[in-house]
Design a protein around this ligand. Structure first.
Ligand code: NOJ
Length: 793
């Protein structure tokens, strides 16, 4: 039990705290803030039982000193991360914190609430150790940015970093210290609903994004007031759950793990991510939460991770259902011994670790190691220097947390525009004229909740600009916009019920009660009066979320019926797709004249989509994940290993690797996306036919804008290892540049290729480049490429 001896003086109630923060607190130098913060803590009790301010300059000594003062129960209390929700009253939470039984919380985003909890920690607990406040700030906090695949479609690392920076600024202003992001699970099976949270199928692109996001969240230092600590997730391999079914097992060869799935986590850690969230899945028979190899040998020893490892929600208890622990006690023992340091939303550590330590089954060294890392994270977040660093003082609390002035709309619109991918544009249907009569239909055309996407953090349903609003604003004073909903997202009552039960405060799906035929008739009537029809169709946000795996990638039947009726009007048909994962678009692509993939594009989504529809922004997005032709074709990732009998386009014949009743290859490949202008590629030239060990060669290619509009495109560099000691991928992305060109302009794009770009994990898991031939490919998507060869000597 955490002790709070009756003889220790107690501090005054919470409201007494703020003297330590003068109005100019935010401008005070670190040293002064440090003294102010500690003064607040020390007011409460004797120096012997509290962080020692004299040691604050020395992280290690400070933590060692503090650890030395802690009882076993206080140590175990630090390992507990609770979810703030209806389960526990505020009073009970404050008492638990005061008793030293909680190390951090998540899901509370209101500064006043968090202040009260921090008061309990630094004024009422014996050791005055601050708690931290975390949240799932995944694609924005109050301003919602496009979901992961959308951000990845921009291939713009500065814009992605800026999105994470904005999220950190907003989240820290709401008193948050940590986010459970970035989510960098490689996703190659779009049946998995959480495809919507990550950045696609490619290890190189996702690794680049992982670094950008960590830099954005953490800024120059995690101790800055406007930084939040990044906890990369879900470690590891969660995206490879069998069959794309959420929470399922992962079974994977070590080579594939190292080559394709682990690099993004490593990239986030190398970029300084202070936290890691352990995945819910098992890997090759061992649940990640009990995997000593994963959490110690790989993460700590090989990757030198020095931060904190947090469990996922209830994961420690789930070790029982995985069938590797008999009971709570064994589950707690397995997890702490493996290296899970904070237990999220279960009480197993709290209840079981005291006994396990006393019986000697869990060495105190394991507990101390965990506490050291948790205290280290708090130190790095600046909380020992000032427990109220991000909470601030009550007098400065924003009068309206939801005020428009707290949003960063311009940043959101900029990234959202770049996240849109033009998949088809027959007869130059797009861009549209603003002075036209347009019919806008579809269940997603005016749905603010859906456009925010699945982890909309503190985003509110009243903030987003819907497509309808965006188009109306763009057309104001010019043409006319006729709107009809046309269909519900789905007419399947079981689906609606399921989606409404997902873990949200809002009722997600609000059905239009009219009969489908009546809604379609209304939409068709609008279409008949219009020059062009724009249909916003796809998934509700809950359909692409945690626990939302699907057996089909179809646009639901209610919407397909609407599309068929619209097609029958003969009017040009533009589909604006909103979805969190690749869909099966064979039918849609045959039906529509133009197809724009918009993912879930966030707070400014409607404006951004309107920018593209009307040509105020020329689309430049490129897919970060292949779109299969059908669900049976999965997986369709572009960088698949070579086979002995490859299918060759244009050379029909049997006994090759293909599905015989369907065209081979994805419908839309990785890296693909059109523009309103056209680009041509010249010949690819290498600076030398030979690369020496440790050397480099240059690759250059001329890119020309051959159309009549300025536009941006992504020049992609792939490498193919022609022969090696193990089977290698058909090609792998190694670099890219996003460039903008005026009409008629041409530019020579240069890439350096170095030996590291040729390395792979061999059968002994050594990271090596083997001598021999390599093919360099450069293209504006992964399929249509220019080629040149060189040898590594
Ligand atoms: C469970 C999810 O798997 C994880 O991504 C999330 O961070 C936690 N819940 C907390 O919300």
């Amino acid at each position: 039990m955490a002790s709070c001896p009756a003889s220790l003086p107690r501090l005054a109630p919470p409201s007494a705290h703020p003297q330590s923060h003068g109005p100019s607190r935010r401008r005070l130098p670190l040293r002064a803030r440090l003294a102010a913060g500690l003064a607040a803590m020390l007011l409460a009790g004797p120096a012997a039982a509290a962080p020692d301010p004299a040691l604050l300059g020395d992280r290690q000594a400070f933590i060692a000193d503090l650890l030395g003062q802690m009882t076993l129960d206080e140590k175990i209390g630090q390992l507990r991360l609770i979810s703030i929700g209806p389960d526990m009253s505020r009073e009970r939470i404050a008492n638990e914190i005061a008793a030293g039984r909680i190390g951090g919380t998540f899901n509370s985003v209101v500064p006043a609430d968090n202040r009260a909890m921090q008061n309990a920690a630094v004024q009422r607990s014996r050791l005055k150790i601050p708690i931290f406040f975390a949240y799932d700030v995944v694609h924005g906090h109050r301003t919602i940015f496009p979901i992961g695949p959308g951000q990845a479609s921009s291939w713009n690392m500065q814009a992605i970093e800026r999105g994470a920076r904005v999220a950190a600024i907003e989240a820290s202003a709401d008193s948050l210290d940590m986010t459970f992001a970035p989510m960098v699970d490689i996703a190659r099976d779009p049946r998995w609903g959480r495809t919507s949270e990550g950045f696609g199928e490619d290890p190189y692109l996702v690794s680049r994004i992982a670094r950008a996001m960590v830099r954005g969240y953490q800024g120059d230092a995690t101790s800055r007031r406007d930084s939040i600590m990044a906890s990369v997730k879900h470690f590891a391999l969660y995206g490879a759950v069998e069959g794309g079914r959420d929470y399922n097992v992962v079974d994977m060869s070590p080579m594939r793990m190292y080559q394709d799935y682990l690099p993004p986590y490593r990239a986030a850690i190398d970029a300084g991510a202070g936290g890691v969230m352990v995945a819910l899945n098992s890997i090759n028979g061992v649940p990640a939460s009990a995997d000593t190899w994963l959490l110690q040998d790989l993460l700590r020893r090989d990757w030198r991770f020095g931060g904190v490892a947090v469990s996922d929600h209830g994961a420690i208890k789930e070790l029982i259902r995985h069938g590797v622990a008999r009971d709570d006690r064994e589950a707690a023992k397995l997890a702490i011994r493996a290296g899970v340091e904070m237990s999220m939303a279960d009480e197993l550590y709290l209840n079981e670790l005291p006994g396990l330590v006393k019986s000697g089954e869990v060495p105190i060294a394991d507990i101390d190691r965990a506490v050291r890392n948790i205290l280290g994270a708090k130190y790095d977040m600046g909380l020992f220097h000032d427990p109220y660093l991000r909470i601030g003082r009550a007098a400065d609390d924003p009068p309206d947390l939801y005020a428009e002035s707290r949003l960063h709309r311009a940043d959101a619109r900029a990234l959202a525009r770049e996240s849109l991918v033009l998949l088809e544009n027959r007869n130059r249907t797009l861009p549209l004229r603003k002075n036209a009569i347009l019919a806008l239909v579809g269940p997603l055309a005016d749905s603010p909740v859906d456009i925010m996407g699945s982890w909309s953090a503190a985003g509110r349903g009243t903030n987003p600009v819907t497509l309808r609003q965006g188009m109306e604003a763009a057309m104001r004073g010019q043409g006319r916009l006729l709107y009809a909903r046309g269909a519900n997202v789905t007419d399947d009552p079981a689906l609606v019920e399921y989606l409404n039960q997902l873990n949200w405060d809002t009722k997600e799906i609000v059905q239009d009660p009219r009969p489908p035929a009546e809604m379609i008739a209304e939409a068709v009537a609008a279409a008949r009066r219009a020059d062009v029809v724009v249909a916003a169709v796809g998934e509700s946000r809950g359909m692409s979320h945690e626990s939302s795996s699907r057996t089909t990638l179809d646009i639901p039947a209610s919407q397909r019926a609407l599309l068929a009726a619209l097609k029958a009007t003969g009017k040009p048909l533009v589909l604006v797709l909103m979805n969190g994962r690749p869909l099966d678009l064979r039918e849609a692509s045959a039906t529509a004249d133009a197809l724009l993939e918009t993912w879930f594009s966030g707070t400014e989504g409607g404006n951004a989509i309107a920018d593209v529809l009307f040509g105020d922004y020329n689309p430049s997005g490129k897919l970060p994940i292949s779109f299969p032709r059908s669900i049976g074709q999965i997986p369709t990732y572009y960088n698949h290993p070579r086979v002995g009998r490859p299918f060759t386009e244009g050379k029909p014949g049997n006994y090759t690797s293909q599905y015989f009743e369907e065209k081979t290859g994805p419908l839309y490949p990785f890296g693909y996306g059109l523009s309103y202008t056209s680009f041509s590629l010249g010949d690819l030239a290498l600076s030398s036919p030979v690369m020496a060990r440790g050397g480099r060669i240059g690759a250059r290619i001329t890119v020309k804008n051959t159309g009549d509009r300025a536009g941006a495109t992504v020049v992609q560099l792939y490498v193919r290892d022609e022969s090696a000691s193990v089977v290698r991928a058909v090609k792998e992305l190694k670099n890219f540049q996003k460039i903008s060109l005026e009409p008629g302009e041409e530019r020579i794009v240069h890439f350096d290729i170095v030996e590291d770009d040729l390395k792979f994990f061999n059968a002994r898991l050594e990271h090596v480049a083997e001598p021999g031939a390599f093919e360099v490919q450069i293209g504006l998507n992964s399929q249509d490429v220019e080629r040149a060869r060189f040898e590594l000597h």
